[in-house]
Write a protein that binds this ligand. Sequence first.
Ligand SMILES: *[C@@H]1O[C@H](CO)[C@@H](O)[C@H](O)[C@H]1NC(C)=O
Ligand SMILES: *[C@@H]1O[C@H](CO)[C@@H](O)[C@H](O)[C@H]1NC(C)=O
Ligand SMILES: *[C@@H]1O[C@H](CO)[C@@H](O)[C@H](O)[C@H]1NC(C)=O
Ligand SMILES: *[C@@H]1O[C@H](CO)[C@@H](O)[C@H](O)[C@H]1NC(C)=O
Ligand SMILES: *[C@@H]1O[C@H](CO)[C@@H](O)[C@H](O)[C@H]1NC(C)=O
Ligand SMILES: *[C@@H]1O[C@H](CO)[C@@H](O)[C@H](O)[C@H]1NC(C)=O
Ligand SMILES: *[C@@H]1O[C@H](CO)[C@@H](O)[C@H](O)[C@H]1NC(C)=O
Ligand SMILES: *[C@@H]1O[C@H](CO)[C@@H](O)[C@H](O)[C@H]1NC(C)=O
Ligand SMILES: *[C@@H]1O[C@H](CO)[C@@H](O)[C@H](O)[C@H]1NC(C)=O
Ligand SMILES: *[C@@H]1O[C@H](CO)[C@@H](O)[C@H](O)[C@H]1NC(C)=O
Ligand SMILES: *[C@@H]1O[C@H](CO)[C@@H](O)[C@H](O)[C@H]1NC(C)=O
Ligand SMILES: *[C@@H]1O[C@H](CO)[C@@H](O)[C@H](O)[C@H]1NC(C)=O
Length: 652
Amino acid sequence: MDLTTLLLCTLLLTACCCRRSAGVPDKVEPKPEILEFQVGDNAHLNCDSSLSIDDLSHVDWFFKHKDQRIHIFQVRRGQGQPDPGEYQHRLTLLDGANLSLEHVTPKDERIFICQVKGLASHTQEKYIQLQIYKAPKEPTIQASPSGISVISKVPQEVATCNGEDGYPIPHVTWYKNRRPLKDKNRIRITEVRTKESSGLYTVKSTLWAQLDKEDKDALFYCELSYRLPGGDHMKESKEVNVTVYYPMEKVWLEVTPNRLLKEGDKVELKCLSDGNPPPHFTIRKQDPISLSWLEVENISDGVLILEQAQKHHSGLYECLGLDFETGVETTDQQQLLVNYVSNVQVQPKAPVMSEGSSLKLNCSAESSQPLVFHWKREKTDEVLKNGSVLHLTNLTREAGGGYLCVASVPKVPGLKHTQLVNVTINGSPWVMAKEAHMWVRENEVVNLTCEVSGQPRPTISWSVNGTVHEHEKDFQTVLSILKVQVIPELLAKGAVCRASNSLGSNKTTIFLELVNLTTLTITTTGNTTSSQSTTTITSPSSAKANSTSTGDPVKKTGTKQESKGVVIVAVIVCILLLAVLGAVLYFLYKKGKMPCGRSGKQEITLPLARKNEIVVEVKSDKLPEEMGLLQGSNGDKRAPRDQGEKYIDLRH
Ligand SMILES: *[C@@H]1O[C@H](CO)[C@@H](O)[C@H](O)[C@H]1NC(C)=O
Ligand SMILES: *[C@@H]1O[C@H](CO)[C@@H](O)[C@H](O)[C@H]1NC(C)=O
Ligand SMILES: *[C@@H]1O[C@H](CO)[C@@H](O)[C@H](O)[C@H]1NC(C)=O
Ligand SMILES: *[C@@H]1O[C@H](CO)[C@@H](O)[C@H](O)[C@H]1NC(C)=O
Ligand SMILES: *[C@@H]1O[C@H](CO)[C@@H](O)[C@H](O)[C@H]1NC(C)=O
Ligand SMILES: *[C@@H]1O[C@H](CO)[C@@H](O)[C@H](O)[C@H]1NC(C)=O
Ligand SMILES: *[C@@H]1O[C@H](CO)[C@@H](O)[C@H](O)[C@H]1NC(C)=O
Ligand SMILES: *[C@@H]1O[C@H](CO)[C@@H](O)[C@H](O)[C@H]1NC(C)=O
Ligand SMILES: *[C@@H]1O[C@H](CO)[C@@H](O)[C@H](O)[C@H]1NC(C)=O
Ligand SMILES: *[C@@H]1O[C@H](CO)[C@@H](O)[C@H](O)[C@H]1NC(C)=O
Ligand SMILES: *[C@@H]1O[C@H](CO)[C@@H](O)[C@H](O)[C@H]1NC(C)=O
Ligand SMILES: *[C@@H]1O[C@H](CO)[C@@H](O)[C@H](O)[C@H]1NC(C)=O
């Protein structure tokens, strides 16, 4: 376009302006340039004048308010001057005509007009539409605390979403399980928008919905969509679930553990339902005789706990659920069977037999399940027989005692009961030994023991005064212990224990013998120099084994076994020694150093001869005193140093 037409147009425009009052814009406004900013940005308002800075005489800036132009800034001869008012402190002249508007706010979202007059006095105008944006804060969501009933015919409050400080008003979309909610019939969304003094908006959107039982695990969230310069954005809230109330359709009764139950088990009967909230439960049990139902007490939340189930807990149970909201009542029944074994009986109950006779023990029991029986000896726990009947023939005294009938249910592990039956074999008193020996020190207080078996129970008396303790070892053996001081009279006569019952009498004599003190020479092992020391030892004179009733039977057998073992060890050691000596001799011989004299041979034979003695004495190791004897006898007859050393070698 040439200059003339441009001038013409300008003239025309000015003419139009002049015809109306100043500030009233033209009917035909140029299309504004749209500039987008975020709150807080500095906006550059470019005048886009085609005139050079030097040609500019007047530049005026306005903003449009309704139909009015309000003057805010003027530039005269390159000098900018804001008008007093709203924009006074926020506008700066950048160059000839362009302005900078600091820190834009939603209120700046309006049209700004730049009017330029050139020296040639033609006028240009530029319209700028500012658009301001502000992202809202992260949306917050709050699920309705009251929960939602599926019975409701109108939508109920599900959740509320809050999007604060956005501009323009953010748009809220609701989602259920990540799908936008659309069904307009079943949902309703209400929104409250608040404009803050800053011009920003806060939007509060509430979702109302009709939900189904399937929604009990549904997750809801809201999404805020908004625009920023350059594009659309969105923010999502967290997901929330809501309590969904739905009526029960059925109840059921659950029994745990779910296996064959036995008496003593901890059993739990639990009412369950598919309703929320759970209905009110009651548990009832049918009386097996009258068939009427009795309510079970002590149930909480529909759970009945039988800490130790018993036979009588068996029966038909019913769980009854009552939904208060719908008034619906539903039941479920469950048969409870607590397996048991009871009334284990043995015939005859307490047999009293004479020696040599035979006995048949018949065991019976009651149970909810097939039973198996076996018999055990009480003393040893040894299984004697499988089956309910036990035959005992040719009864001996030893056959007397306890027998256990064990009745068990193979199908139910751990379910068993036992019954003890005492078999009494009549007989005159038996003493454990006719005579016994005991090693004592003068004046010491000792316990003398007398063990008597017999049926009927024997009475026991002692020939000496002392304190007597009597107790039953088993139901036909009595143990009498006499606590007495060792006085010369006792040493001389011994103590006699007499036992008698209606079938006869018996006695045992305990002889007390003094421990003798002997002084012995000992070759101390591990020391090269022989030394003398005094040791107290027990003289075993006539004692040896069979100490039986007085002492401790374990020791007796122990000693026997030990001596046997020791003899074997001794023989082996001897052989080994011989081999070693043979080797040594051979070695010496080879070296040509063997004297081949008598002394050498003596050295071989002598220790071998002693071997057995040493070994036999080892058996008494148990008594510390006897150790002395053992070692002493070594040193006794031997060439002291030499043999002592040999002895050491053997023991190691
Ligand atoms: C204003 O700004 C625009 C763009 O930055 C520039 O082209 C122009 O020269 C500036 N000055 C005037 C007087 O328009
Ligand atoms: C929401 O779900 C959590 C875990 O899944 C659960 O603990 C909570 O009880 C539920 N809240 C409601 C109101 O259903
Ligand atoms: C059951 O109820 C009885 C009284 O009816 C009470 O003595 C007993 O402690 C209760 N047991 C339990 C487990 O609550
Ligand atoms: C064992 O006793 C039961 C009844 O108690 C009886 O039926 C059964 O025949 C008896 N068996 C024997 C072998 O005596
Ligand atoms: C009974 O036992 C005694 C001794 O143990 C024996 O002599 C006798 O033969 C036995 N009698 C029968 C019938 O087994
Ligand atoms: C006394 O007991 C012994 C067993 O120590 C026994 O051999 C003997 O027969 C019994 N005497 C009488 C009269 O019963
Ligand atoms: C003797 O027996 C009594 C119990 O009967 C016991 O307290 C005491 O220690 C015993 N004395 C000895 C020396 O065994
Ligand atoms: C036992 O003591 C009584 C008196 O307590 C006495 O008469 C009796 O002679 C004593 N017997 C013996 C054996 O010491
Ligand atoms: C068997 O004898 C023991 C004592 O040895 C007694 O405690 C038990 O009660 C008796 N049992 C029966 C069934 O008689
Ligand atoms: C111990 O035994 C020796 C003989 O071996 C004997 O002369 C001495 O009298 C005994 N001493 C006692 C206290 O019995
Ligand atoms: C050996 O005996 C002597 C004299 O009794 C003593 O001084 C020395 O300590 C003993 N040596 C060992 C190794 O026991
Ligand atoms: C001691 O036991 C041996 C066998 O170990 C036996 O030959 C001897 O007769 C028994 N002596 C007495 C007094 O019982």
